[in-house]
Design a protein around this ligand. Structure first.
Ligand SMILES: Cc1cc2nc3c(=O)[nH]c(=O)nc-3n(C[C@H](O)[C@H](O)[C@H](O)COP(=O)(O)OP(=O)(O)OC[C@H]3O[C@@H](n4cnc5c(N)ncnc54)[C@H](O)[C@@H]3O)c2cc1C
Length: 449
């Protein structure tokens, strides 16, 4: 490699310099051609690499799983992959997990389960626990317990000089506020200590309906979801355009289907009673809702597990009146032949609407629902997909709430990122950013500037 100083960096690392093609991000839609790419083996590698990048005037990007890649990475950047930095320690007495930078939720779920505990992971356990939590993190337990970032106790962070800090509500209250919701803008987080919830099992899964039932299911969902108690930890509806994959159950293969995702924390009795009106809307193609151990939580949303080149977008919604449902069906319903495999409307509210015990910078708390849409970025579809995602998000503009969860905005301009917060909170974030990262090393495609 011909970058000045690379030998010095290599010699100082326990990890290694990698050629960029060795990266395998979940979202391969964006080219990754950094100035240098290191695979960190532990915290000291991250510190060494950041200090090196600062000396050479490079920005620093972090890649754990690539679920959140939203912009090309080209030149003037040192990319640090945390994929080798995995590790989870459970403290069952304190109900906490301490997780290393590259850990995926699946690992935390598996290790917490023997104690009857669960993290506030997202819809897919393949997502990285740290990136998800720093962006807020809303998942199958969130209506009951809040955002993942509401349950962070402590963080270890490598700052823009390559120095390591232990941060909590006492040591640096402003940075602790900003970090929990402001994503990777303040440094590289090498470890988080998070609360675990007392959840061993769920009554959860999905009910799938055919395209013919789309209108009825969506309108019924809009009415039904307004009255659900907080023990319904998940309620969402998705429009799916599924591939003809043999990995899918036969009734879903290659079809447009509507999926209602559901989870209740108190077992089949109250869970089934509350779900009954939705089950009765139309004859399901498939109904997988049943009592499941928390380790089967991925079966609620059934997100894709294989890499997928995508462009996404989202918005918080103040409500889901019939006119909003019709507007959504007009742009994304079964009548349209578009490369958009997923459009989801997820019920928020409950604990997500309440401020946490230790305030943080999480966005989207004011949303009653969250809309997200994912479009395919293949050679054929990439010219049209970003526009289609804009159209879907724009179709419900009259019902947009003030903000949307940071994790779900997709590729975004600096102005769009800034608009996630009110003026006062954005100014507060900027004050922290200017103090801890004055040269703007961190933030990647979602920079707070
Ligand atoms: C299939 C799928 C399902 C999803 N489901 C949900 C969901 O239910 N709820 C939800 O809230 N979000 C969800 N997301 C969004 C996801 O939480 C974000 O994309 C998140 O950023 C992914 O983090 P990652 O580390 O896995 O991804 P990466 O692409 O590796 O990282 C994304 C960004 O996270 C930051 N980051 C990662 N690690 C660190 C670190 N150690 N220090 C500092 N910054 C870091 C960086 O800014 C980085 O650019 C989903 C995404 C996908 C693709």
């Amino acid at each position: 490699m011909s970058i000045p100083g690379t030998d010095e960096l290599t010699a100082a690392l326990a990890g290694s310099l990698l050629p960029a093609p060795d990266l395998t991000p979940f979202n391969p839609a964006f080219p990754i051609h950094p100035t240098a790419l290191i695979s960190a083996a532990h915290e000291q590698d991250v510190a060494t690499a950041v200090a090196w990048a600062a000396r050479h005037g490079l920005r620093v990007g972090v890649l754990a799983t690539g679920h959140g890649l939203n912009a090309p990475v080209e030149g003037d950047t040192l990319m640090i992959t945390t994929q080798r930095m995995t590790g989870v320690r459970i403290d069952p007495g304190a109900r906490t997990a301490t997780i290393a930078a590259g850990t995926r939720w699946a690992q935390v779920i598996e290790q917490a389960a023997p104690y009857g505990l669960a993290p506030i992971n997202g819809s897919s356990s393949a997502v990285g626990a740290i990136g998800y939590t720093l962006g807020g993190g809303s998942g199958p337990l969130s209506r009951t317990y809040g955002f993942a970032a509401d349950h962070v106790r402590r963080a270890r962070l490598v700052d823009c000089r390559g120095e390591v800090h232990a941060i909590d509500a006492e040591s640096d209250p402003e940075l602790f506020w900003a970090l929990r919701g402001g994503k990777g803008n303040f440094g590289v987080v090498t470890e988080l200590e998070i609360d675990l919830m007392p959840v061993a099992d769920l009554y959860g899964g999905s009910v799938f309906y055919s395209d013919a039932a789309t209108h009825d299911v969506l309108h019924a969902f809009a009415g039904w979801s307004t009255g659900l108690p907080e023990r319904v930890s998940t309620a969402s509806v998705a429009l799916l355009r599924l591939p003809p994959s043999p990995a899918l159950p036969e009734p879903l293969r290659g079809r447009f289907v509507v999926q209602v995702r559901y989870a209740h924390l108190d077992g089949a009795g109250p869970g089934a009673e509350l779900l009954a009106p939705m089950r009765a809307v139309a004859e399901p193609l498939l109904d997988t809702v049943r009592e499941i151990p928390y380790t089967a939580v991925d079966s609620i949303h059934q997100d894709p597990v294989d890499p997928l080149p995508f462009w996404d977008g989202g918005a918080g919604l103040t409500g889901l009146p019939p006119a909003a449902v019709d507007a959504l069906l007009e742009v994304a319903g079964p009548g349209r032949d578009i490369p958009v495999p997923l459009v989801e409307v997820r019920l928020h509210g409950g604990a997500m609407a309440r401020p946490p015990a230790v305030p943080n910078a999480v966005t989207g708390r004011d949303a009653a629902y969250c809309l997200s849409a994912i479009g395919l970025m293949t050679e054929d579809t990439s010219p049209v997909t970003p526009g289609l995602i804009d159209d879907i998000v724009g179709a419900v503009a009259p019902w947009h709430s003030v903000s949307v969860p940071f994790n779900l905005i997709g590729p975004a301009t600096v102005e769009r990122v800034a608009g996630l917060w009110n003026e006062q909170d954005h100014a507060r974030l900027l004050a922290v950013k200017h103090r801890v990262d004055p040269a703007g090393l961190f933030g990647g495609g979602h920079t707070i500037a």
